[in-house]
Design a protein. Sequence first.
Length: 347
Amino acid sequence: MPAVIFNNNPKGMMKAVKLPQYQGNIIRALRSLELVDHTTPVLHPHQVMIAIEAAPCNPSDLAFIQGGYNIKKSIPAIPGFEGCGTVIDAGSSDEVTALLNERVSFFSQSDSGGSWATHTVVDATDCLIIHKDMPIEQAACFSVNPFTAYAMVRLAKNKGCKAIIQNAAGGQVARFVNVLAKREGIGVINIVRKEEHINQLSEAGYEHILCSAAEDFRENLKHRASALDARMAFDAVGGEQSGYMLQSMPGNSALYLYGALAASTLSEIPATDVIFRKKTIQGFNMNEWKNALDRNSFENISAELQQLFLSGILKTRIRQIYSLSEHGTALMQYIRNMSDGKIIFKP
């Protein structure tokens, strides 16, 4: 195995954003982050070392640094679950060494590292080889949102849904859902928080856009759901919107909760609909969906999605690129309006 050298430093040091402790208050959490020199993690036989080229911030990253995510790392920790870069060292198995010098996208929740750094160590199975022509910023955001949208649309198709409902429609997952659902002939009812988002989505060609702040929101939602026979909803918000979405759909409908942007418990759930009209609420976890697939199936889906990016059919909206030293400014910009696009760290 070759000696590991980072930035011409044989001692294996790297730069990383450090979270000293979990903070429930998001502002305090962001202010506690600092860029530090860090010893690179130990490389195990089933792992690879990646020189990171770009890494985004996702809502799950914000929940993580607040201690509100289902994954907790040993403190101090390096945030960031997703990113892309080049494999510069690898473990001992043939499957792992085959990734040497490859450009990969990765999603990892390993305790030993994170993507807001110059380098990270991840399991080889957490990596996907990326086409050489995919822009680095798009590759950095490839391992989470596109697969989440793909999986949810595939679920709706397999259930024979004519139409679906989704909230947080200004977000990136929802935008991917619109594109992929249209290709499958599935209608989409889009819920946004602000009137200004209606114009943005209309200009992008989306239909059936409702603002949750409008006085007639619930009435219009029920009308659209009935007219389109929407029997599946994808909920990234939680709170009272979960109940409103469930109430709006016909009997034998299902709501899938995949996010908790409202940071509150589900409410307004119609008990009689659950009891007598066979409406259900389930969780959707992209990692569980991924783990249920064999490796070949997942790589085939990856190839299909990469082709959609290369052809311009899918594209992650990037707001701005920052260095790791600008993490404070970058993250404050992101939390002010996550619908404006991703912020990307480039070490």
